[in-house]
Design a protein around this ligand. Structure first.
Ligand code: FAD
Length: 393
């Protein structure tokens, strides 16, 4: 097992061989991946050293102190947080070798083609069809709310390959080439004025069978790995104290004494404590991850993240009074990354509305916590044994 001292030694070796001051950003990131210092808990040869995940911090701190470039994790969050763990668990060796390095360095951005107009919370009802033709699959359908599709090179995609069996059983998981001529990406404008997500139309998209992840009909199981990791990726980001939305509102409080009231002070204190508890709970969750893939507990983290972001950004708007009501940034941007804490108070307030929808709505996550964490009785499900083609849609 690689320990902290060994990781430190290897990190210094990398810095000596590729001094950040004179090495190109991409060259440095590739060398870091090849040295096994990208995500240390990944296997050797795939950017890691089979080391405990918790030791990543040792490498990151040393590299940061030396001024080394990072891979801009916010820009490639779907690749890092969702595609990579799924490829690691279900991908063939060839797939892992092909996809993981450019995914980690950020050379190839990933998006997630899961939700459809008729399948969001009830994702297993999805209707995008994949039909086998020799060694290819031909895919037709429509996806929606696809973040980053406009900058993505690859997508993780789930599609229906067998309509004759119940909905959870006839789904297969693929890697889709977003440059295929059958892929059309159209912007969807959001409440913030910009379009960070898209509609994606798939028309006769040909996917080689070699880009299937997991078994035919096993896509629902594979997708659980993605979804469980997604909740941790959205809700469980590593943050310093006051690193999340609580940071800007606390700064405003300190810098603008004329805005303060007793009532707002009480609310700020409560939210500050809750944000700190959520941050530390996230740390604990990450420690649990050392032992394997995240389970349904990540749903609880994501629930807290959404509620806190909405309450805190609401408090910030209130604190700023009239000024907080102004929002004049309606530029139709196509951002490459989502910065939950960036820009102004109005943006934070509007953008955080999506937090309780993306990555599973809060209502659905409550169901998951109730059933799979607390063991409460399950919701009645009448469609479990009905063939997908016989379901009313
Ligand atoms: C900012 C943002 C980014 C996104 N990015 C992506 C992406 O990159 N890729 C992707 O595939 N998807 C993405 N999504 C889609 C997201 O996963 C879905 O919007 C979400 O799963 C909800 O699905 P829906 O919109 O179809 O709502 P519906 O499922 O139609 O839900 C409507 C309402 O009914 C409630 N509801 C539904 N079922 C139940 C139930 N069983 N019990 C109680 N209440 C219920 C919901 O909570 C909600 O309030 C994104 C969404 C947002 C907002």
């Amino acid at each position: 097992m690689t320990d902290a001292a060994e990781l430190l030694r290897r990190t210094r070796e990398l810095l000596a061989a590729q001094p950040p001051a004179t090495t190109g950003r991409l060259d440095f990131l590739r060398a870091r991946f090849d040295a096994g210092l990208a995500w240390v808990h990944f296997p050797q040869g795939l950017g890691g050293l089979d080391a405990p995940r918790s030791l990543q911090a040792v490498v990151d701190a040393e590299l940061e102190a030396a001024g080394a470039p990072d891979n801009d994790p916010r820009r490639i969050g779907i690749g890092l947080g969702m595609a990579a763990p799924t490829i690691l668990q279900y991908g063939t060796e060839e797939q892992q070798q092909r996809f993981l390095r450019p995914l980690w360095t950020g050379e190839e951005v990933w998006c997630q083609l899961f939700s459809e107009p008729g399948a969001g919370s009830d994702l297993a009802a999805l209707g995008t069809r994949a039909v086998r033709e020799g060694d290819h699959w031909v895919v037709n359908g429509q996806k929606v709310w696809t973040s980053s599709a406009h900058v993505a090179r690859w997508a993780i995609l789930i599609a229906r390959t067998d309509p004759d069996v119940p909905k959870h059983r006839g789904i297969t998981y693929f890697v889709c080439d977003m440059t295929d001529p059958g892929v059309e990406v159209r912007p969807l404008r959001q409440i913030t004025g910009e379009a960070e997500f898209n509609e994606v139309f798939l028309t006769d998209v040909r996917i080689p069978d070699s880009r299937r992840l997991g078994g035919i009909g096993d896509g629902w199981r594979v997708a659980q790995t993605t979804l469980n990791n997604e909740r941790v990726a959205i809700g469980g980001m590593r943050l310093p104290r006051e690193g999340g939305m609580i940071g800007p509102v606390s700064r405003t409080w300190r810098e603008r004494p004329e805005l303060r009231t007793h009532d707002l002070h009480q609310r700020l204190l409560r939210l500050w404590v809750e944000a700190e508890v959520a941050r530390l709970t996230g740390e604990r969750l990450r420690q649990q991850l050392v032992a394997g893939q995240p389970g349904p507990e990540g749903a609880g983290m994501k629930l807290a993240f959404a509620r806190l972001n909405q309450e805190i950004s609401g408090l910030e708007v209130e604190l700023r009074g009239e000024e907080g009501l102004l929002y004049d940034d309606w530029t139709m941007r196509r951002p490459e990354l989502v910065d939950f804490t960036g820009r102004d108070a109005g943006y934070r307030y509007l953008r955080s509305k999506g937090n309780s929808i993306e990555g599973g709505t809060s209502e659905v996550l409550l169901n998951i916590v109730a059933e799979r964490v607390l063991g409460l009785p399950a919701e009645p499900r009448t469609d479990k044994d009905v063939a997908w083609k016989d379901l009313s849609r």
